[in-house]
Design a protein around this ligand. Sequence first.
Ligand code: ZN
Ligand code: ZN
Length: 273
Amino acid sequence: MSHIRLTVLADDTVSARSARGEHGLCFHIEAGERRLLFDTGQGLVLADNARALGVDLGAVDTVVLSHGHYDHTGGLPTVLAAARAPVVVHLHPDALQPKYHGARAIGLPPAARDALNATTCRLLLSREPGEVAPGLFRTGEIPRRHAEETPEEIFHLDPEGQNPDPLLDDQSLFLSTPQGTVVLLGCAHAGVVNILDHVRRLTDNRPVRAVLGGLHLGAASAVRLQWTLDSLRRIAPRLLVPMHCTGPGAIAALWHEFPDACRPGGAGAVFDF
Ligand SMILES: [Zn+2]
Ligand SMILES: [Zn+2]
C-alpha cells in the first residue's frame, strides 16, 4: 500500500514544543487521499494540537474508536464540528455502555454521545474485523486467549461496582506494509499479546513491524510484565512506541529490554511507513 503518515494529536506526553498534553490518545492517519483518526483523545487539546501541527481536522473522513472510555472518545464533538463532509465513525456496540472506574463515570461523555447523532456522523457499529480505508483494518473484538493478560484493574458497568466491564469493545487498527504489519493500540485493555496474536491470525501470520499506543500495564504484576516482555521478544516488532496509559514502570522496562526498537511517542510525534 502507499505511504502512510501517522501524527500523534493527543498523548499523555508531548514531543513537539508547540503541542499540548492530556490524559488521552489520538492518531491522525494520512493514507493516500484518505484522512482518518484512531481515537480522539479527551478533546482538551485536539483542536489546538491539530492547528499547531498543521493537521486539517475538517478533512477527516473516518474515525475509528478503540473503546468507549472518555480519554479516547471525548474529542468526537470537535471532529464532527470541524467536518466538511460526513464522517464515518467505527465503534464496537459495547463502547456505548455506561462505564465506571470506582464511582467515576469514564464512558463516552454526554457531548460525545450527542455528537453520534450529528448530521455529519455516519455511525458504524460492529464487533467484527473490517477494512476502514484501503489497506487499513480494524480488528473488531479481540479473543482473550492468554490467561496471563487477565486485567488486574477492574472496570465496572455500574457506579456500585456490581458488574465488571470486560471491555469487549477494545479494538485496534492495523495496516500492512511490505516490511510487516503496523498495529495501533488504544489502551490495549484486551491485552497487548492477545491483540498482536489476533492481528497475526488476521494477516496470515505476517510479521509485526511496529506497535504504537497504550499498553495499560501500570497495574500489571511483575509476573505479567515479565511475561509480556517475553511475549514481545517472540513477536519481535522492530518499532515499539509505548504511549498514553502504558505506565512509567512498564515504559522503563520496555525501553530497557528493547532499546533498539523503542521510540518516544507524545503529541507531535510523526511516523512514516
Ligand atoms: Zn481505557
Ligand atoms: Zn486510555
